[in-house]
Design a protein around this ligand. Structure first.
Ligand code: C2E
Ligand code: MG
Ligand code: MG
Ligand code: MG
Length: 286
């Protein structure tokens, strides 16, 4: 990847950054500064589409770190460090606050769209994170069902005994729960039933394999996840859709909601607003 100013993530670094990435201590120091002083965290939105109507039906918030003017870092370059250094809950709180503000802005321009955001299992065990969420719900006057928490199957299972009751509590508040990267996390059935999942997000590796040499197995997983979701009254979402062929296989197999580069990359909020306005214009002019 090239460094650029057009919202593409950078995986090709300047010398200082390369050194920082190699040196955990330096990177950690920069990350702490980025959170406490700077305004360097960016929340991008990847639109979710209703694949039958072709319309935007929601979005997922994804964090990026604007390291310098030319360098936008991907979450996998700093989230793991944030998780092991205790900074993750601060980052996720910041992202969640931004999501609430942006959803409120959308609502005031006539778009009541649900938005999901990613959390770490550490967040769900942090009283300050849950307190922030409850207070945002209380003060925003937005309906709780506009918000969806994504937690990976692996992380939910890792800390299942502690996480499951928190998820139940959040569902009672009206928030939706999405189990992310589903199919890669070795859920036990007994544990899964207690996770209060409202959405299953099938892992993008299966979507990627739908057209590859392992397509029979991937298709079996896609079908199984859909049936599984149906049994538990959850809905399915597919991510990582890059080709028309993948989209067609998914819709043929009961998937209605999808996200992926075929439809849109994650984009800054202002571009997401523009996309919604253009779509509305198109509908009005028909
Ligand atoms: P995820 O939640 O499973 O998000 C999906 C990832 O797939 C995103 O990567 C997204 O940009 C990427 N993606 C979307 N469409 C396509 C596609 O068509 N093809 C391919 N190959 N990839 C696609 P991203 O933004 O780099 O995020 C990576 C992971 O970092 C996320 O995976 C999530 O687990 C974590 N993450 C992102 N934002 C946050 C956050 O605010 N807090 C926490 N705790 N984790 C986050
Ligand atoms: Mg996610
Ligand atoms: Mg995922
Ligand atoms: Mg992931």
């Amino acid at each position: 990847h090239e460094a650029n100013r057009h919202g593409e993530l950078v995986r090709f670094y300047n010398a200082e950054l390369l050194q920082a990435l190699e040196n955990r201590y330096t990177l950690l120091k920069h990350l702490r500064d980025a959170i406490t002083e700077g305004d360097q965290l960016r929340v991008y939105y990847q639109p979710k589409f209703n694949m039958h109507t072709g319309k935007v039906c929601g979005a997922e918030a994804l964090v990026r770190w604007q390291y310098d003017a030319d360098t936008l870092l991907a979450p996998d370059q700093f989230i793991p460090l944030a998780e092991t250094s205790g900074l993750i809950t601060k980052i996720d709180t910041r992202v969640m606050e931004t999501v609430f503000a942006d959803v409120a802005r959308l609502q005031s321009s006539g778009f009541a769209l649900p938005v999901s955001f990613n959390v770490s299992n550490l967040d769900l065990l942090a009283p300050e994170f849950l307190g922030s969420l409850e207070s945002l719900l209380l003060h925003s006057k937005l309906t709780a069902s506009l918000f969806e928490i994504e937690i990976t199957e692996t992380q939910a299972m890792q800390n299942y005994e502690a996480v499951a009751p928190v998820l139940s509590r959040l569902v009672k508040l009206g928030v939706k729960i999405s189990i992310d990267d589903f199919g890669t996390g070795y859920s036990s059935l007994a544990h899964f039933t207690k996770l209060a999942a409202t959405v299953l997000k099938v892992d993008k590796s299966f979507v990627a394999q739908l057209a590859g040499k392992d397509k029979e197995n991937a298709l079996a997983v896609i079908k199984m996840v859909r049936n599984f979701a149906e049994q538990f009254g959850a809905i399915v979402v597919a991510e990582g859709i890059e080709t028309e062929e993948q989209r067609a296989i998914l819709t043929d197999n009961g998937y209605q909601i999808g996200q992926g580069y075929l439809f849109s990359r994650p984009i800054p909020f202002s571009q997401f607003e523009t996309l919604l306005a253009q779509e509305k214009q198109l509908t009005l002019s028909r």
